[in-house]
Ligand binder design. Structure first.
Ligand code: NAD
Length: 445
């Protein structure tokens, strides 16, 4: 099957602007025609509400496609660069060309967006693609595997469903690029397999993304924005604030404001709230319940196995070396830790793996600048959470253990393209001094 994609690629069909445009429009049509079924699948897999599903998956993807279609012609154009005098006359360009046949492996938490947004970039760049959705979001994976061949060119785009075994079979093949979204453990497997074929990889991984709340932050707004970013998709978001470092003088007040925000969003009983999701499976549910004893439950702490429900929970008095502070939480539990000042917060962050996202909350611009300049993170957003995802002019990706490479908008197009260095020279000017023999006169030149 993968060989047949190579044959398709070799015909050159995927290189044309018209093919790319037509495929992107067809993908948009797939989403529009099947919106209801897609939202239902998200609900089946993660208890995702319609509003959340629309905001973070359907709407996100449609605006990604729209942005790509709007700029595609320009992105595809060779970009002229200057020509040095020594190489005059002539012209130099960066010529974007597709990579060939690429593999895209998605994660389960945003099972539509994380599979199809890389696909938008891969199509835009003129590639054939193999898609491997995550088996943990089974309803969505099955639906996409059924729909995609009906809308997209089946000779150029194929979907393989299945678990780790299928993924490993695919990884044994030679691809021209692999984009993997998921945890670091499998990220290492992907990178090792790719090394066998010297295939370049983009790894969109995770980690513990901190939120730093300083003394002069607007607490009610800060709390609402942290609560929104944390408890959307029941905390199963790679860029969710994993934990909060708060100025010790504001610790109790912030916890109170967070409680208010939870109440405002989900009412007194979050299990009854239509906008509150469920944990993807029993194994993750159990892992998360285990974290509840790693601190004092300041809010929430209730759970229900049958429904894979865990209440939005705030943990205080959490030890920095406890499991909940060592592993990525990836669920609805928020540890809040006091720090004495910005320097202590920076030190705490710098001693740990470089996170995927970092959130700073302060009314003082120079304080936020200090945080930016003294920490590492894939992405940073000041005085809010998650919102940076809405700007296609910003790249998305991690750094160090939170990932390598980036995408969204033009950055995705670039990830799935090779920017060939191209110089073209005319015949009419061919002075002999560049050729041997190199006489002493020529050497002086
Ligand atoms: P997952 O379990 O869905 O796995 C991702 C992919 O890896 C799937 O296609 C799966 O089939 C495959 N896989 C699983 N085991 C494998 C194996 N042994 N060999 C080969 N392939 C295998 O995803 P996950 O790891 O549970 O996802 C959660 C993690 O992903 C979190 O760490 C989260 O932060 C991260 N994440 C990152 C982003 C991002 O954009 N950076 C987005 C979402 C999730």
């Amino acid at each position: 099957m993968i060989e047949s994609l190579r044959t398709t690629y070799a015909t050159g069909v995927t290189r044309s602007y018209s093919w790319r445009k037509q495929q992107l429009e067809a993908l948009d049509k797939l989403i529009v025609d099947n919106e209801e079924d897609l939202l239902q699948a998200l609900h089946d897999d993660l208890g995702k509400s319609t509003a959340e599903g629309w905001l973070t998956e359907i709407g996100f993807l449609r605006s990604d496609i729209k942005h790509t279609l709007k700029h595609l012609r320009r992105w595809m154009r060779p970009q002229r660069v200057s020509q040095p005098l020594l190489a005059w006359p002539g012209k130099s360009y960066l010529q974007p060309e597709p990579l060939g046949v690429v593999l895209i492996m998605g994660a389960w938490n945003y099972p539509i967006q994380l599979l199809l947004s890389p696909l938008v970039a891969a199509i835009a760049a003129g590639n054939c693609a193999v898609l491997k959705p995550s088996e943990l979001a089974d309803a969505t994976a099955t639906l996409l595997a059924r729909l995609l061949p009906d809308y997209l060119d089946p000779k150029a785009i194929k979907v393989f469903t299945g678990g780790a075994e299928t993924a490993q079979q695919l990884l044994a093949e030679r691809f021209d690029h692999i984009m993997y979204t998921g945890g670091g453990r499998v990220g290492r497997i992907v990178m090792k397999a790719a090394a066998e074929h010297l295939t370049p990889v983009t790894l969109e991984l995770g980690g513990k993304s901190p939120a730093v709340v300083l003394n002069d932050a607007d607490l009610p707004t800060t709390a609402r924005r942290i609560a929104w970013g944390k408890w959307i998709n029941a905390g199963q978001t790679c860029i969710a604030p994993d934990y909060v470092l708060v100025d010790a003088r504001q610790h109790d007040a912030l916890v109170d404001e967070l409680k208010k925000a939870i109440h405002e969003f989900f009412g007194a009983e979050a299990d009854q709230a239509s906008d509150y999701g469920r944990i993807v499976n029993e194994q993750h549910w159990q892992r998360l319940v285990g974290y509840l004893s790693d601190g004092t439950v300041a809010h929430g702490g209730n759970y229900e196995r049958e429904e894979r429900y865990i209440e939005p929970t705030i943990l205080t008095s959490v030890a920095a070396d406890s499991a909940v502070m060592q592993e990525e939480i990836f669920g609805p539990i928020l540890p809040v830790l006091p720090v004495n000042n910005l320097a202590e917060a920076i030190d705490f962050i710098q001693r740990r793996d470089k996170p995927l996202a970092l959130y700073g909350f302060s009314s003082n611009r120079s304080t936020l600048q200090q945080l930016t300049e003294n920490t590492h993170a894939g992405n940073q957003c000041n005085n809010d959470t998650l919102m940076f995802m809405l700007n296609p002019e910003l790249p998305f990706g991690g750094v160090g253990p939170s990932g390598m490479g980036r995408y969204h908008g033009k950055f995705g197009f670039d990830t799935f393209s090779h920017h060939k260095a191209l110089m073209s020279r005319p015949f009419w000017f061919d002075p002999k001094f560049r050729y041997p023999p190199y006489t002493s006169f020529k050497q002086k030149l």
